[in-house]
Design a protein. Structure first.
Length: 224
């Protein structure tokens, strides 16, 4: 699926309504998503999504912020052991699985409300059956991201590159565990943008221009 849901004739059924932003830590994906929503005049969900999930589950927002996107371990086996505790209430689900289901429910409800930008939390996968979805992946090289996180968050005990590697690994394990997909594989996105090369503003410009893009009636063209 690309920007439009295509029927057998190749005719576009529906224009973009929802933008999802997946991103590498430090790439500026959140900023890109927020600015794109402001430019388009549509709702933006990032921290607000976390608050909604907190209300749904009773979990602390700080816990959801981390556990709703990152595996507690950098390995799949470690994640499996860490997730064995149950969520209570007789559900029989692990805490991680319970949070995943609640988060998916909130994301689907948000998408039904109207046009919006949703950042992270595997929203691109959760909403993959929609025909009005534009899936974006924001990435950048290690040096750009390392410089950016120090500027935004300051120095830490671990080096910037070590912090980035740990975040990337935990997000990759989380994505694989719940979606079966390889996080960062651009084939699962409609567009991938290097924020280090293009800059934040240009990424916003490209995404917002695609939001109102009019596809040709016949995307496949005629053979000659």
């Amino acid at each position: 699926m690309c920007i439009y849901d295509i029927v057998e004739t190749g005719v576009a059924k529906m224009k973009t309504k929802i933008i999802t932003i997946s991103r590498q830590f430090g790439s500026g994906g959140r900023t890109v998503g927020k600015l794109a929503a402001e430019k388009l005049g549509i709702d933006y969900y990032d921290r607000e999504l976390v608050r909604k999930v907190a209300m749904e589950t009773g979990f602390d927002e700080r816990y959801i912020e981390q556990q709703g996107e990152y595996a507690p371990s950098k390995s799949a086996l470690g994640f499996a052991f860490a997730a064995r505790g149950t969520a209570g209430s007789g559900s029989g689900l692990s805490v991680g699985d319970y949070l995943w289901i609640a988060q998916a429910k909130v994301i689907q409800e948000i998408a039904e409300k109207g046009p919006c930008v949703i950042v992270g939390r595997c929203a691109d996968y959760i909403l993959k059956e929609r025909g009005d979805l534009l899936r974006c992946f924001i990435h950048a090289d290690m040096d750009f991201r390392a410089h950016r996180i120090v500027k935004l968050y300051g120095e830490a005990e671990d080096s910037p590159k070590k912090r980035l590697e740990d975040k990337d690994k935990k997000r990759r394990v989380y994505c694989k565990h719940y979606t079966g997909l390889e996080w960062g594989d651009f084939r699962h996105s409609d567009i991938a943008l290097d924020s280090g090369k293009f800059g934040i503003e240009k990424c916003v410009e490209i995404i917002t221009s695609l939001y109102n893009f009019d596809a040709p009636e016949d995307l496949y063209g005629k053979e000659t």
